[in-house]
Design a binder for this molecule. Structure first.
Ligand code: M6R
Length: 623
C-alpha cells in the first residue's frame, strides 16, 4: 500500500515523477505529494485525495527541478489529511521522505526523539523515519542544525564546510534502518544535496530503473514502463542512492553490490487505458487472454516439470490466500478433492498464521497472490518455510517478494492488473491452478476430464457475448438496493462468493453470498418481497436442489436473477442471464465474466470509480 517514486535526470523531474505516480495510484489514493529540489530549497507540495488533485494544482507551474520524489498514500497512521500526507520533512527541514510500509516501533522511536527536542506535526510513522535520519546526520556533524537554519543551502558548502557527503548520508540511513522494525521502502531527498536520491528497503517493494542520463526508483515496474528498460529489484536490507548517471547499492554491511539489471517484458499498451473507460472494464475483457497466456507460458517454460514429483509421494496439501485469490483457492480445493481425492486444508492467510497450523516438512503449501506482496500471505510463506514445508506460489508480479521466498513459482500471466478489483488475475489464477491439478493427476496416474485445451476453449465461449447489454435492466434495478444476496451450490457457491465480493467492492452495496442450502438455516429471514437474489446454477448434479431454493425464494417475493446455461429456467426466475454451457468443472471459466461485468456496470451506474474503490488499495502490504 502506498506508492513511491523518485526521478533524477536531464528532464523536468516533477512532471516525470507525477507521470510515474499515476501508474502507482492503485496502491492508494488518500493523498498525493511530491518533494523537489528548487535551486537552494527543498519544496514539498501535497494534496488530499486522488493524484489528479495534485496534478491539476501543479499543472501550470514550470518547476525547473531535475530531482523529485513522489508518493500516493493509503492511510495507515493518521487520517487521510494534508498534514499526514507524504512527503514528510524532519524538524530541521533538511530532508524529505516518502515511505511505503509500516514502522512498527515508531511510537517508541518518537518518544526517544521527543526527548531529544524533536517536535512532530503529523501522526505518521514516516515523520519518525525522517527525524531519525536527521538525528543521525546531526550526530555526525552537530553544526548541521545551524546550517539548515539558513535558507540558502548549497550542495558545495554542505560538502566542503560540513564534510557531509554521500558516504555520511548512507551511514546515517544505515543507522536508521537498523533502528526501525517493520516494513519500509523509502526515498529521501536532502536539502542542499539535490543531485542525489537516497533509498532504503525492507519488505516493501522497491525497484531501480536505469535510463539514459536519468534514473528512477519506484514501488513497482509498471510505474516505469515507457521510461526505461533496465530494472534492478532492490533486496531487503539494501540501501543506496541514484544520481542521474550513477547507481550505488549497499548491502546490510555497507558493502557495495554489483548489480544485475533485468529487462522486463511489459508493453506500454498494457498499462494504458486505450479505448476503455476504466481499467476494470479493460481487464475483464482481457480475462480470456490471461487464461490462454498463462497456460501457454507454463507449458512453454515447462514450469510444472521443475517441481520434483517426489514431493508428492507422501504429503499434505494446504492453500493460503486472501480475497479474490482465496476464492480461486476455494475452487482449487473443490476440484482437487473431487477429482484427485486429495484432502486440502484451506485458510484465509490472516487466519492460517494464528491457528497454529498443522504443517510440517512433508506439507506442500500453495500460496495464491496476484501481487506477491500481500503481507498476510507473505507471513504464511515465512511460517511454512520455517517448518521446512515445500512452498509454491501462484503469482502475477514478476520479482515480487513472494517469489523470492518460495521454493517454486507458478507464474500467472495476466499482465499488469491496475484496477483494485481483481478480475483477469483471478482468471489467470484459475488457469494455473487447473494446470497444476492436471499435472498432479498425471503424477498420481488419475484420469481427469479436463485439459489445458478444454480450459482455453471454455473461456473463449464468452468472447462474442455482450453481457453489458444483457445486464442493462438488472443494473438499473439493483443499483439503488441496500443489499443483494448471492446463492449457489458446490462450485456455484464458490463463484457466488467472488461475485459478491466484486459487486460490494466497487458498488458499495452490501452483498452476501451463501450456500443455497443454508438459506433456510437463518438467512432466509432477510429475504423480503422484491429483494434481489443472484443465483448461480451451472452444475447439473445440483440442478434440482438449487431449483428448490429458487422456488423458496420466489414464494417469498424475492426477485431472482439467475446466471445459468439452462434456458428452460427462464420463466421460473425474475430474469435470466444466459451463459454458455460447458463441462461443470470448467464453469468458473464462463460464469465469472458476467458476474464481473455486473459489478463493473453497477459501479458505473452508481457514479463510483470502479478502479479506485473507497478505502481500498491494490496491494495490501499491512496485516
Ligand atoms: O495481491 P493478492 O492477490 O495477494 O491480493 C489479495 C486480495 O487483497 C485481493 O484479491 C482483493 O481481495 C481484491 N481487491 C479483490 O478484488
Amino acid at each position: 500500500m502506498c506508492g513511491i517514486v523518485g526521478y533524477i535526470g536531464d528532464r523536468l523531474a516533477v512532471p516525470n515523477a507525477l507521470n510515474c505516480l499515476k501508474a502507482l495510484e492503485y496502491r492508494g489514493y488518500d493523498s498525493a505529494g511530491v518533494a523537489y529540489a528548487d535551486g537552494t530549497e527543498l519544496k514539498i507540495c501535497k494534496m488530499v485525495g486522488k493524484l489528479e488533485n495534485l496534478t491539476s494544482h501543479l499543472k501550470n507551474k514550470i518547476i525547473p527541478s531535475s530531482c523529485a520524489i513522489g508518493h500516493t498514500r493509503w492511510a495507515t497512521h493518521g487520517e487521510p489529511n494534508k498534514q499526514n500526507a507524504h512527503p514528510h520533512a524532519d524538524y530541521y527541514k533538511m530532508l524529505a521522505v516518502v515511505h511505503n510500509g509500516i514502522i512498527e516501533n515508531y511510537l517508541e522511536l518518537k518518544n526517544e526523539l521527543e526527548k531529544k527536542g524533536y517536535k512532530f506535526y503529523s501522526a505518521t510513522d514516516t515523520e519518525v523515519f525522517a527525524n531519525l535520519l536527521s538525528f543521525y546526520l546531526i550526530e555526525q556533524n552537530p553544526l548541521l542544525k545551524g546550517y539548515y537554519a539558513v535558507r540558502n543551502t548549497m550542495h558545495n558548502t554542505l560538502h566542503s564546510t560540513y564534510k557531509i557527503d554521500e558516504k555520511c548520508i548512507i551511514k546515517a540511513l544505515h543507522s536508521v534502518v537498523l533502528k526501525c522494525k517493520g516494513s519500509f521502502a523509502v526515498a529521501v531527498l536532502m536539502r542542499g544535496y539535490d543531485d542525489v536520491i537516497f533509498f532504503a528497503k525492507n519488505k516493501s517493494p522497491l525497484i531501480i530503473g536505469k535510463g539514459e542520463n536519468e534514473n528512477f526508483i519506484a514501488s513497482d515496474t509498471p510505474a516505469l514502463i515507457g521510461c526505461c528498460k533496465k530494472f534492478y529489484s532492490i533486496k531487503d536490507g539494501e540501501i543506496g542512492y541514484i544520481t542521474k548517471d550513477r547507481i550505488a547499492v549497499f548491502d546490510e554491511n555497507l558493502k557495495v553490490l554489483k548489480l544485475n539489471f533485468k529487462t522486463v517484458n511489459i508493453r506500454p499498451e498494457q498499462v494504458i487505458l486505450g479505448n476503455y473507460s476504466h481499467f476494470m472494464e479493460k481487464e475483464i475483457e482481457q480475462g480470456a487472454d490471461s487464461v490462454t497466456e498463462t497456460i501457454n507460458r507454463i507449458e512453454q517454460m515447462k514450469i510444472l516439470e521443475r517441481i520434483s514429483p517426489k514431493i508428492f509421494d507422501n504429503f499434505d496439501l494446504h492453500i493460503t490466500a486472501c480475497g479474490t485469490a482465496l476464492h480461486a483457492g476455494l475452487i482449487a480445493k473443490c476440484v482437487i478433492e473431487d477429482k484427485l481425492k486429495i484432502p486440502v486444508d484451506l485458510d484465509y492467510a490472516s487466519e492460517f498464521r494464528y491457528k497454529k497450523p498443522l504443517i510440517s516438512s512433508k506439507s506442500i503449501c500453495l500460496f495464491i497472490s496476484q501481487s506477491g506482496e500481500t503481507a498476510d500471505t507473505l507471513s504464511c510463506v515465512e511460517l511454512s518455510n520455517s517448518v521446512g514445508a515445500t512452498t509454491i506460489a501462484f503469482t502475477n508480479v514478476a520479482g515480487s517478494r513472494m517469489e523470492s521466498l518460495v521454493d517454486y513459482i507458478i507464474p500467472t500471466s495476466a499482465g499488469p492488473e491496475i484496477a483494485v478489483a481483481s478480475t483477469k488475475a483471478y482468471m489467470a489464477q484459475l488457469a494455473a491452478i487447473y494446470q497444476f491439478i492436471e499435472y498432479l493427476a498425471k503424477i498420481k496416474g488419475i484420469t481427469i476430464e479436463f485439459s489445458s485445451d478444454s480450459v482455453k476453449n471454455a473461456v473463449l465461449k464468452n468472447k462474442y457475448i455482450n453481457y453489458y447489454k444483457e445486464l442493462e435492466d438488472v443494473v438499473q434495478e439493483i443499483k439503488d438496493e441496500e443489499s443483494v444476496y448471492f446463492i449457489g451450490r458446490g462450485i456455484d457457491y464458490l463463484l457466488s462468493l467472488e461475485g459478491a465480493l466484486k459487486l460490494k467492492e466497487v458498488s458499495y452495496i452490501h452483498c452476501e453470498a451463501m450456500p443455497a442450502g443454508e438459506l433456510k438455516h437463518g438467512s432466509l429471514a432477510l429475504v423480503r418481497k422484491d429483494c434481489f437474489v443472484i443465483a448461480i446454477l451451472t452444475q447439473k448434479e445440483l440442478y434440482d436442489k438449487t431449483l428448490n431454493n429458487i422456488y423458496e425464494l420466489n414464494s417469498r417475493g424475492a426477485k431472482v436473477i439467475l446466471f445459468s446455461p439452462f434456458k428452460e429456467l427462464r420463466n421460473i426466475v425474475y430474469k435470466q442471464i444466459l451463459i454458455p454451457e460447458t463441462e461443470p468443472v470448467l464453469s468458473p471459466f464462463v460464469a465469472m465474466k458476467p458476474l464481473q461485468c455486473l459489478a463493473y456496470a453497477t459501479a458505473i451506474a452508481r457514479g463510483n470509480d470502479p478502479d479506485k474503490p473507497r478505502n481500498l488499495a491494490k496491494s495490501v502490504t499491512v496485516e
